[in-house]
Design a binder for this molecule. Structure first.
Ligand code: COA
Length: 174
């Protein structure tokens, strides 16, 4: 399973990916808005093992991709499109980019490929994403994708000992 954009290749995770993922997965600042992290080496290796296993599921209704540079194959992040069940026409989107490669449009470019995949291959009716209300970079990506803020969820998630307020964005049906 491979998706291609101008600058990126989105592919299934492979066992050796733990090393590149651990660079940002172990960074406490990187995961400050997330329920996971900072990762121990064991956490990252388990994540990769789970992703490899998930990619073998049939039927497959959750798709997690390593984001790699087309030029040299370097893994610079990850993204995913997840239906709640195999029959669901609703899917959640998510993304993460190694800080050394941020603010170059990579998350937006990868997410556009996910959206096209969701519309063309998964026949989705609704795609949505949530983020911590302080995670400006993430909701900027949502807005650049044409997603609309549909609400704010107070105390949505428990993050490292405090309740996270989240924005929810949805892609309007065209
Ligand atoms: C969110 C994330 C994936 C964005 O990746 P990215 O490749 O840098 O995203 P893009 O370059 O496509 O777009 C980011 C936009 O946010 C803007 N931005 C980033 N930080 C900002 C800030 N503090 N204030 C205002 N705008 C900001 C950038 O300027 C850019 O907008 P522009 O293209 O109009 O200039 C990345 O920051 C990340 O991995 N964060 C840690 C993990 C995370 O929070 N994931 C999302 C979970 S919901």
């Amino acid at each position: 399973m491979i998706l291609k954009t101008d600058r990126l290749i989105l592919r299934n995770y492979e066992p050796a990916d733990w090393e590149r993922v651990h660079i940002y997965g172990s960074n406490p600042d990187f995961s400050k808005y997330e329920v996971w992290g900072p990762n121990t080496l064991e956490d990252t290796k388990k994540f990769i093992a789970d992703m490899v296993e998930q990619s073998k599921a049939s039927p497959r209704y959750k798709f997690e991709f390593a984001i790699c540079l087309k030029d040299n194959g370097l893994l610079i992040g990850g993204c995913g499109i997840r239906r709640e069940t195999e029959m669901s026409q609703v899917a959640n989107l998510g993304w993460a980019i190694n800080p050394d490669f941020q603010n170059k449009g990579y998350a937006t470019e990868a997410a556009k490929a996910l959206i096209d995949f969701g519309l063309d291959q998964l026949n989705l009716a609704v795609m949505y994403a949530t983020c911590d209300t302080r995670n400006i970079a993430s909701f900027k990506v949502m807005e650049k994708l044409g997603m609309k803020r549909v609400g704010m969820i107070k105390g949505h998630l428990e993050i490292k000992g405090h309740k996270r307020d989240s924005y929810r964005y949805e892609l309007p049906k065209s």
